[in-house]
Design a protein around this ligand. Sequence first.
Ligand code: SF4
Length: 601
Amino acid sequence: MNGWTGVILRVNLTTGEIKKEPTNLQNAKLFIGARGLASKMLCDEIDPKIDPLSPANKLIFAPGPLSGTMSPSTGRFDVVCKAPLTNLIAASSSGGSFGPELKFAGYDMVIIEGAAKKPVYLWINDDVVEIRDASSVWGKNVPDTTDELRAVTDEDAKLACIGPAGEKKVLFASIMNEMNRAAGRSGTGAVMGSKMLKAIVVVGTKAITVADPEAFEKAVMVARKKISEHPVGGTGLRVYGTDVLTNILNSVGSLPTRNFHDGYFANADKFGGETLTAKYLIRPRGCFSCIISCGRATKVTNPKYAGEGEGPEYESAWGFGSDCNIDDMDAITKANYICNELGLDTITMATTIACAMDLYESGYITTKDTGGLAIQFGNAETMVKLVEMTGNREGFGDQLAEGSFRLATRYGHVEFSMTTKMQEMPAYDPRGVQGIGLNFATSNCGAAHVRGYTISPEVLGVPFKVDQHDTKGKPELVITFQNLTAALDSTGACLFTTFGIGAEELAALLSSVTGIQYSVDDFMKAGDRIWNLERLFDLKSAITSKDDCLPERMMKEPIKTGPSKGDVSHVDKMMPEYYQLRGWDTKGIPTPEKLKDLSLA
Ligand code: SF4
């Protein structure tokens, strides 16, 4: 096999059994790799009704066929499992070098089954695989765990691990790799903690073979040129990081503010990418083979919040910023560092605090509930403290550790939770940008911008500009972006490559690496297939068409100020057309004809 290594590593932590098995080529052709192929394995192997934190759940680490090659920005891998935050399928993407290193060690994916009785880590040194005792690092944060496990294995090892948040099964705990890269969303870290698996440490030395080196080199050159010459990928993200989006989203009135009570924040510039670059940036950082390098190594010198780390990304700066009504970039950056150290998803962490602030200001939570903490909007000091408490499940942090849906439900006001399918919405106001709202409402993992980033055409004008306030044509646009992203994720490429290249260039890269000819239609159909596979899992697990919705506030409470003043979401009006174009019935269930066409029946 070319691109794929042809080997899957399966580790059962209950029995201690370690097995290697061949990658199914037919499935690899249909589902590509990473998110797609791992989701196929999960759907074939687990009952969608299981408790996500039980040993019956499986945790799959999967790079794609482009991972580890010189194809630009292909350092991504996915962590796939049933998610504890949502009870849906999770395919949480991370960057860095961990995914390529798994390929260099010879594996298309690692499937973790069962649960250990005591803390362990998995040591993969090419063909040699061992389950080792991790009691010395259990309880330690991500940087300390990384340093200590590298010291006893290999200083250059690549390492994915959980922090205390994952150990304590915080429902939105992340899996961190290379210290600052995160498979952040949906609680994959809690699943890893439930298995008592502290880390996977890997060193690989094998080459990845390419089917047609000449065609591959040509496809790489084309992709590199288009990405590096594009103003978003080649300049905006490279110079300012993803936080360049703060001022852009605010300028179009779609920067959610105070738990989505508003879509505009007057002081947004204080935590935007321009400020981050001028006052905090040490140097840009990139994942394996990346030509964009959107990562930010940063430093805070203010003694109150002093520290060094990576970020914040746009979504993290927004969450701890305007969504909590905070403009103190020192505090925002510190909160982000703590999330990385404890292993927490910054989006759900920040928005759960915003929800708690909203409940507090409305009188539904009092200091009796919070252990004496006054948690008003704008209280930066308390916000930072709450992050630490949540990662360690201390005091009121134990309630925040369940996410905003369960928190708001506990206090009798679920409408304060800004979630779809129990996962918190990220940094784009669906009232001001209609297509992204439809994407949030239909996303298979709960609200997520990285499932179909229609912000590209709706706000950035890439690859063409559409009216952000209009609903016309949005169902088709959303479906195209969702399918493209599902296929792209499955190759191991970064979403940001789509600021420059599309299905045509990705199909050319994939074809030349694997030797299997993917047309643009084949590539997009693979995305459609993956989307429907995930949908089937979710329907069997937890949801009905009633869950394809946005929080009530998005339809009933117009944006109060700024350029999108007066806007509400019209997601309900777009849904019938979305179902019809997807080939689903009126209940949102894929029809038998659709499933047959996608080779899913
Ligand atoms: S663009 Fe950013 S996230 Fe994507 S591969 Fe490059 S550094 Fe990683």
